[in-house]
Design a protein around this ligand. Sequence first.
Ligand code: G3P
Length: 217
Amino acid sequence: MKFFVDSADIDAIAELNDIGLVDGVTTNPSIISKSGRDFKQVISEICKITDGHVSAEVVALEAEKMVEEGRHLRKIAPNVCVKLPLTMDGLKACNILSKEGTPTNVTLCFSPNQALLAAKCGATYISPFIGRLDDISLDGMELIEDIRTIYDNYGYETEILAASIRSANHVKECAIVGADVITAPPKVIKALASHALTDKGLAAFMVDWKKTGQTIL
Ligand code: G3P
């Protein structure tokens, strides 16, 4: 399973990349706004940290303009992936850009039928939002399962990029149902390494090792 970082925090992305946990990065207009930084500058810096796809989202609402913005964003770096909203215009732009060989990420997916349309329009990634469905008492993970079934039924190559991930448990469930990619904030990715018994066990090993009076180096 690929790990994408859902963030525009350069230091946090670089830190996770150094550990070997970054296969790509996703951003959206809210993440860029929160960073307080210049959109194209941030995307350029992220693209230098990772060779993986870096999603940069268009803000036009009409297909022709989306395509124009997408082509412009692609000039920033070869690994820019153009992120498009799941609307009829977004799908049309996805179809045009995909045929040009541009990687595309269709975002704001909340239903299996939306995911089916994105696959038909050649999306590289579909981004179903788990947390936002859970927020309104629906089952975000059921959406991932349904999309997996549909894509496997027909052999669609669009990758399921599970987004709006809020917890380590979401990551585990995505891995179990077969999402191709998860994108999560740095704090969620870091939380995957934590376990109380790991901390307890390590502390006990250190105490016992000290008793031996030995050193390794
Ligand atoms: O990048 C899209 C997505 O991951 C947003 O997550 O937590 O704002 O629902 P969230």
